[in-house]
Design a protein around this ligand. Structure first.
Ligand code: GRF
Length: 216
């Protein structure tokens, strides 16, 4: 399998991006990071990427009133940077079907819920309102419907009785930082295959990545 040449797409803080950068740097993910791209010039993650010495680029959505134009510019930037695999890491923009099709099985995302529960925005608020006992996060290949696609890794965390959106989000984020590098490592090592819209790892359905001690 060819070595992955990544673009990491962000819109904000970039903490998941940082875990991927660290894992590529320490060699635990056999991949190169060719580009960090943001749809917002003020994304704090861009500064982190620059400090890490990585190439960054901004494609601002206000410059592209049409979704198709934005996605064409995005696709052009990725191809110009010789990218062959895309990681969405807090990239808060819906992509067109054409773009997603062009990166079929070459684009993954992290979402802060146990998909297919709670896709989309306000995940933690909705999880608390629903009274679920476990929350978590999911790394998946990207398909057209928001937050759908073959699941590579999931981690569960408990929802505690006195949780706020913030406390739950922080517990889930710690799990995100564990499973995104893990999932990308499996992909980069060529250990993930998609069969009938299920991701198999080493030919079998993946194991759960983690379940945290409520005290942890
Ligand atoms: C994460 O919770 C991610 O799952 C969601 O947006 C958040 C981004 O955080 N899609 P960060 O920018 O990686 O810190």
């Amino acid at each position: 399998m060819e070595r992955l040449k990544l673009a990491i797409l962000i819109s904000g803080r970039g903490s998941n991006m940082q875990t991927l950068i660290a894992a590529c740097r320490d060699g635990s993910i056999p991949a190169d990071i060719n580009l960090i791209l943001s749809n917002r010039a003020d994304a704090p993650g861009l500064d982190l990427a620059r400090m890490a010495g990585l190439p960054t680029q901004v494609i601002a959505q206000r410059d592209y009133p049409e979704r198709a134009g934005f996605d064409a510019a995005l696709d052009g930037a990725l191809r110009a940077a010789d990218v062959n695999f895309v990681c969405l890491a807090g990239f808060m923009r819906l992509l067109t079907a054409d773009f997603i099709e062009g990166w079929h099985n070459r684009m993954i995302n992290i979402h802060p819920s146990l998909l297919p529960a709670f896709p989309g925005l306000d995940t933690h608020r909705r999880a608390l309102e629903a009274g679920v006992r476990f929350a978590g996060c999911t790394v998946h290949f990207v398909r057209f419907e928001t937050d759908t696609g073959p699941i590579i890794a999931q981690a569960a965390v408990p929802v505690l009785p006195d949780d706020s959106e913030e406390s739950l989000a922080a517990r889930v984020l710690a799990a995100e930082h564990r499973i995104y590098p893990l999932a990308l490592r499996l992909v980069a090592a060529g250990r993930v295959r998609i069969e009938g819209e299920r991701a198999l790892v080493d030919g079998v359905p993946p194991q759960p990545a983690a379940a945290f001690n409520p005290a942890g």
